[in-house]
Design a protein around this ligand. Structure first.
Ligand code: NI
Length: 263
């Protein structure tokens, strides 16, 4: 197994990857090497997002082992099944060191249409939990834009809608709520017209960079193992769309990440 490294990479300390899953077994045997190169390839930190108790715990372990790693903990909508969700265990994990957010949480009507009620219930419960600890949330929204927006409007959490796939109108609503838009490899794909329009329109101060690794590697590495170095390709694309120098993209998105997640 190997991972791609782009020809262009960021100057030292410029990139915060606000959404990844380095606990995933696809990185087995590669983590030491990847994290050791972070410094040279411009990455200063990564937030690994949990999908259930097990992956959340693994990400907390990574945060203990590696300086560059931080964690978010939560129940992903795909992991919300009929077995009971242990919110008590989740709350305990929230208190661990280097846990910066509740995530990823949200709604996914693409994979599972039958348990909408249960997904909504778990989403709201986790938003309330985040508010109790004054933490931001990391939102997953797939084919559930209406319900997601309605809940965010009602509960007004702070946070980010990661890997944003909604309309320009929705993006504007999210920004109006004070939340951020997570942008990753998808913006470089040929069919990314809608996301390009969103990036063009919303203020730079509301954009966060992310990988969602191991998935969604940007072009020309689409389909390969994603990693935080490839964020330079996402930043380059945003720089082209917004006609802002790439170093400004790095500077502003890093400030955005720090101001939301309080590293
Ligand atoms: Ni994710």
């Amino acid at each position: 197994m190997s991972y791609p490294i782009p020809e262009i990479f960021a100057p030292k300390g410029c990139i915060i990857d606000t959404h990844a899953h380095y606990e995933s077994e696809q990185y087995d045997g590669l983590r030491d090497q990847i994290f050791a190169s972070f410094d040279d390839l411009g990455v200063s930190a990564v937030i690994n997002c949990g999908c259930n108790i097990e992956s959340s715990k693994k990400n907390i372990e990574l945060a203990k082992k590696y300086d560059c790693c931080y964690a978010a903990v939560g129940f992903h909508p795909e992991d919300i099944t009929d077995k009971s969700l242990n919110f008590g265990a989740l709350e305990n994990l929230l208190k661990c060191e280097k846990v910066l957010a509740v995530g990823e949480i949200g709604l996914d009507y693409y994979w599972n249409k039958e348990n909408r009620e249960k997904q909504i219930e778990a989403f709201i419960f986790q938003i309330e939990l985040a508010k109790k600890y004054d933490l931001p949330i990391i939102v997953h929204d797939r084919d559930a834009h209406c319900d997601t927006l309605e809940i965010l409007k009602k509960y007004k959490p702070k946070g980010v809608v990661h890997c944003f796939s909604g309309s320009l109108e929705m993006a504007r609503e999210i920004v109006k709520l004070g939340m951020y838009i997570g942008v990753g490899g998808v913006v470089t794909f040929k069919n990314a017209r809608k996301l390009v329009e969103v990036v063009e329109d919303i203020p730079m101060e509301k954009i966060l960079l992310e990988t969602d690794g191991p998935y969604l590697a940007p072009e020309p590495f689409r389909g390969k193992l994603n990693n935080s170095f490839l964020i330079s390709l996402v930043a380059q694309k945003i720089s082209e769309i917004k006609k802002i120098p790439i170093n400004e993209i790095y500077r502003i998105t890093k400030e955005n990440a720090i101001s939301l997640f309080k590293f």
